[in-house]
Design a protein. Structure first.
Lengths: 323, 306
């Protein structure tokens, strides 16, 4: 870069092969470095991300134990399974859990982050308290939290008894089991969005607010006309990751509904009213050794998710156009 | 104006305090419960309060008799190995690939980026079955022939716990966005001084990427520490390579047999399982509290300097 005209003149006069290579390397530095870095990443990615998708698609049209023998082509049979009987209920449950958990935790997280972004005393402590549930293991806490809904010695029933109300046999009550799973998931999941929103909020320059206040905006205007639009990228991120997470709710349902004990066969109850896609996939693949329906379930989940997230983004960007 | 302001402040604190109490209640319940013996625990169904300090639940967890049968130290060590591996490799990959996508210009770059992004919309569920089959049918290992038949492949052995998930598209995306938010001037100044790409990455970008890398480390640490499903699927048969979440989950309710209750009795020792849950959670809480100030400082400093 710092070469003078004189040097170039001498350089072009007699170029050794090495010099020419060095020049060529210098000129193509960006593609060379780019492909040097990307090649191993793309190779690994093709083997562990693209190939599995193709394989999964193939398995979904077959009957296969995965242990011995070859997959047997069965056409759409596995997909028909997913759209009949209690499998439909499983799809419904997954959508129900995803929508309720995601909307509750996003709304709560947004307002908590806005509150925490003010000059509050003990902000660190509050944020830690909101984030700590996210740190806990879903597998361990889900099983331990069964104490809250245990029919005989549980906390909620103790409260009901103290209020003179009839007790609820939680594991047999679909409504309350669903509610408990939703509450548990919001409790465990809301901390991440709080931290993310708060980080995004703290990235907003105070001058923007000051300028708006000079222009006569009230705090409601500040929230909806400055904070919210500036948080939109983070909001999209939270919504998409949240949807993907919600579709793959697994340990929570399996271990809460297995009655505090490890019994996969009875999980998702009562009568599949809390069963979700991933739990059924797990049961089909690893309990019943039936990979076909499991693979079909994952493809269905992926398609639903794609539809969900694109709708999500369309709605979000529609808001952007209006501004 | 002034009155509304104070009322707003009051409301802010009220919401924050009530919300935080609700959020803290389950873990506080578990912690307090872990300090109870069974009588105390069942005497206070609303909130277990120990009448005397009872540390037996924790003592059992670290007693020689327990650890010789339930190898919790090994599970913790296994988990730490996985954490080191799964922060280092995806972190390096994200730093390098993020740089490529944000800073280098060449033909095919955007196609490669779209290729990577194409899996972002595909949920992990889709990878579960084929990746399991790949591990089980990996040619030439674990008694498998070259066609992957006959043996168990990588199942119940270490590679199954270390091979998948080394490229994380989220982190690549996150790093790319962060590079975009850093002005080009820094790199250009270093280039003028003759710095190579690696040197730019190390000396120019790495210090500025600290906040986002801290986020990456925290998230990976927590994710691997709590990783349950994949170890459950590929390592259930080999207790030696169990990780913490799997091992603890399987052993949560064995406490009663160490307190003199006959084996197979119907006593569910909740206080003991609370102690296990607390032990499994405390390192993460300490990590978060320790890094929180750094985290905040990083994010804020980033916002001001950037």
């Amino acid at each position: 870069m710092e070469t003078t005209a004189g040097q170039i003149a001498i350089g072009t006069a007699r170029l050794s092969l090495w010099e020419r290579f060095a020049r060529w390397r210098q000129r193509n530095r960006q593609p060379l470095e780019g492909w040097l870095i990307l090649t191993p990443i793309l190779a690994y990615y093709s083997l562990f991300f693209i190939f599995p998708v193709v394989a999964d698609l193939y398995i979904s049209f077959t009957r296969w134990t995965g242990i011995v023998g070859k997959p047997v082509w069965v056409g759409l049979a596995n997909y028909k399974t997913w759209f009949s009987g209690y499998y439909l209920l499983i799809l419904f449950n997954t959508l129900l859990f995803t929508v309720t958990i995601l909307s509750l935790s996003t709304i709560i997280a947004f307002f908590i982050a806005v509150l925490l972004n003010q000059k509050v005393i003990g902000r660190g402590l509050f944020r830690a308290l909101w984030y700590i549930p996210t740190l806990t293991s879903a597998a361990i806490t889900a099983q331990v939290m069964f104490i809250f809904i245990s029919p005989y010695d549980g906390v909620f029933n103790a409260i009901l008894k103290a209020l003179g109300r009839p007790i609820v046999i939680w594991p047999l009550n679909a409504f309350w089991m669903r509610t408990f799973i939703i509450l548990f998931s919001v409790w465990r999941g809301v901390g991440g969005p709080v931290v993310l929103f708060l980080a995004a909020l703290q990235g907003i320059h105070p001058e923007i607010y000051e300028a708006a206040m000079v222009d006569g905006a009230n705090s409601w205007d500040l929230l909806w006309r400055i904070t919210f639009p500036l948080l939109r990228p983070m909001l999209i991120f939270v919504l998409i990751t949240g949807t993907i997470g919600g579709f793959q709710i697994f340990e929570t349902v399996m271990l809460i509904t297995a009655g505090g004990q490890f019994n996969v066969a009875s999980s998702g109850g009562p009568r599949n009213m809390t069963n979700v896609i991933l739990l059924q996939i797990y049961k089909d693949a690893f309990v019943n050794n039936n990979l076909g329906p499991a693979a079909a379930g994952s493809i269905i989940a992926a398609i639903l998710l794609l539809w969900f997230t694109t709708t999500n983004m369309r709605i979000m960007s529609r808001g952007q156009v209006e501004k | 104006m002034r009155r509304r302001f104070t009322f707003g402040r009051f409301l802010t604190y009220a919401v924050l305090i009530i919300g935080s109490v609700v959020m803290a209640f389950p873990m506080a319940y578990a912690f307090s419960g872990s300090l109870c013996d069974l009588e105390d625990f069942y005497a206070h169904p609303w909130f277990p309060t120990p009448s005397k300090l009872y540390l037996e639940n924790y003592r059992i967890l670290f007693s020689a008799k327990f650890t010789s049968q339930v190898e919790i130290w090994r599970w913790i060590a296994n988990t730490l190995v996985r954490i080191a591996w799964y922060t280092l490799i995806p972190g390096i990959v994200a730093v390098l690939a993020g740089y490529v996508f944000a800073r280098l210009r060449f033909r095919g770059r955007d196609a490669a980026f779209m290729y990577l992004l194409s899996s972002m919309m595909i949920p992990g569920i889709v990878f579960l079955i084929p990746t399991f089959v790949m591990m089980a049918r990996w040619p030439g290992v674990g008694g498998n022939d070259w066609r992957g038949q006959g043996g168990r492949g990588f199942l119940d052995s270490w590679p199954a716990l270390l091979i998948p998930g080394l490229v994380n598209v989220y982190y690549i995306f996150m790093l790319r966005q962060t590079y975009y938010s850093i002005p080009m001037d820094f790199e250009e100044a270093a280039r003028v001084d003759g710095a190579s790409t690696l040197r730019c990455l190390k000396d120019v970008y790495l210090p500025m990427l600290k906040p986002v890398l801290t986020v990456l480390v925290i998230f990976q640490f927590v994710a691997i520490w709590n990783d349950y499903q994949w170890p459950l699927i590929v390592s259930s048969g080999n207790k030696k390579i169990w990780t913490l979440a799997l091992g603890f989950q399987q052993m949560l309710f064995v406490g009663a047999s160490y307190k003199g209750y006959p084996p197979g009795s119907a006593v569910v020792d909740y206080p003991f399982s609370f102690a296990m849950a607390i032990i499994a959670t405390v390192p993460l809480i300490l990590l978060f509290l320790g890094l929180q100030s750094y985290f905040v400082e990083g994010v804020q400093g980033f916002a001001i300097k950037g």
